[in-house]
Design a protein around this ligand. Structure first.
Ligand code: CTP
Length: 402
């Protein structure tokens, strides 16, 4: 979303201004065009020259300096921008914005700009909690300005508390998410993604699990967020960090995954069921660790409930995507699952192929639809498979809404 976006970064005079150098660098690396406007106080903390070198563009600091590039600079900058971000936003600039004061280049640019604005407050915790600042932030919210919550941690004034400027990577991700929610092709679409494998407890220390890494489901969730969807990620245990901006629900057993899915199911537009769900679970869960003896151990197993089948039975508006991991008779088994589980699409993969299956970063899949249509894809990264699935979700949900 950041590619070719024109972003004006307003830097006010807070100590965290140094972090914004990295933010500008990250935004430029992501393909954004960045122009920096600094208050006079900010120039005492970080040299405008540094921002100029990092952004590759002149830095605007002085109302009265004159600018060869722009006529009436504060108006022109606001017109040029697709988005303005104030970071760090001090109590002073927040106060000016909330009360219509425009007395330097940054505050006049903010006043003249009618594009979306994000404000990232950063200051001492007492200042942040001051009723005037709280009131001013509320005014900004009511004016439609987006406030990125400040982080907690060690502050330059020596205390631990809230008021830290979030890390550059977090601010970048926040901006990206904000843009995706406004412009992404999946905006307004709610998607439930399940990922990872479920675990069925045998005793307090053992379980029945499977080889699922969660990579496919996490890739789909990440891309769906990047494209503006509201994503709920229900996941069994994995070694992965979940993507930002998803509603993350951690589960362990099939039963927990079923409960989590059923709870959110009525409100979603699509389900992508990438999780590898256990088909059987121990008949009994031993209360204590099962001790070894000289005999062999036979575990009695009960069938678990089929989550996807249940979702298929209760389907209303939802577009239902299942996965079929097979080691033989790929298309016959996949077609059978589409029919039995009332799916709108299945992603079939033969996990015995090199480059396909559980722990790899690539996959080789075929899409199969209820009318028998098949779309065959070559080997490709899991992200790419995910994006193709999401293209189909977008087209179907869009059609349903018309
Ligand atoms: N699935 C599910 N609940 C289960 C088992 C599977 O929701 N108890 C879902 C999986 O998330 C996947 C699809 O059903 O999207 C197919 O899973 P798969 O393991 O390939 O097939 P099964 O239906 O379990 O049948 P089999 O193991 O015999 O191939």
């Amino acid at each position: 979303m950041l590619k070719d976006k024109k972003i004006v970064i307003g830097v006010a005079g807070g100590i965290a201004a140094y972090k914004v150098v990295t933010l500008v660098s990250r935004l430029v690396q992501a393909g954004a065009e960045v122009r920096v406007v600094m208050t006079e106080a900010a120039t005492k903390l970080v040299s405008p020259l540094l921002f100029k070198e990092i952004s590759g563009r002149p830095v605007a600091c002085d109302m009265w300096a004159g600018n060869d590039e722009f006529n009436v600079e504060h108006v022109a900058l606001g017109r040029w921008a697709d988005l303005m971000v104030v970071a760090p936003a001090t109590a002073n600039i927040i106060g000016k914005m909330a009360n219509g004061i425009a007395d330097d280049l940054l505050s006049t640019t903010l006043m003249a700009c009618d594009k979306p604005k994000i404000v990232c407050p950063a200051m001492n915790s007492n200042m942040l909690a001051n009723p005037a600042v709280v009131r001013n932030l509320e005014t900004l919210r009511q004016d439609g300005i987006v406030i990125m919550p400040s982080a907690s941690g060690h502050l330059a004034c020596g205390v631990d508390g809230s008021g830290r400027l979030p890390e550059p990577e977090e601010i970048k991700s926040f901006i990206d998410y904000f843009l995706a929610q406004r412009e992404g092709d999946l905006r307004g679409i709610r998607i439930l993604v399940t990922a990872g494998g479920t675990r069925e407890p045998i005793d307090p220390v053992r379980f029945i699990g499977n080889r699922s890494s969660g990579k496919m489901g996490y890739a789909i969730a990440r891309d769906a967020v990047r494209r503006g969807a509201d994503v709920i990620l229900v996941s069994g245990p994995t070694a992965l960090r979940h993507p930002d901006h998803v509603r993350f629900i951690q589960v362990e057993s099939t039963e927990e995954m079923m409960d989590a899915c059923l709870k959110v199911y009525p409100d979603v537009d699509a389900v992508v069921k990438a999780a590898a769900v256990a088909d059987y679970r121990p008949h009994e869960r031993a209360a204590q660790k099962i001790k070894k003896n000289d005999e062999n151990l036979i575990l009695a197993l009960d069938k678990t409930q089929d989550i996807l089948k249940r979702l298929g039975q209760e389907k209303r508006q939802q577009f239902l995507v299942g996965f079929a991991a097979e080691t033989q008779n790929l298309m016959r088994n996949a077609a059978e699952k589409v029919r039995k589980k009332n799916l709108d699409m299945i992603v079939a993969n033969d996990v015995t192929q090199a480059g396909a299956g559980f722990s790899t970063d690539t996959n080789i899949v075929k899409f199969l639809f209820p009318d028998g249509t098949v779309r065959e894809l070559g080997i490709m990264p899991k992200e790419e498979v995910g994006n193709l699935i999401l293209d189909i979700v977008r087209d179907h949900v869009g059609k349903n809404r018309k």
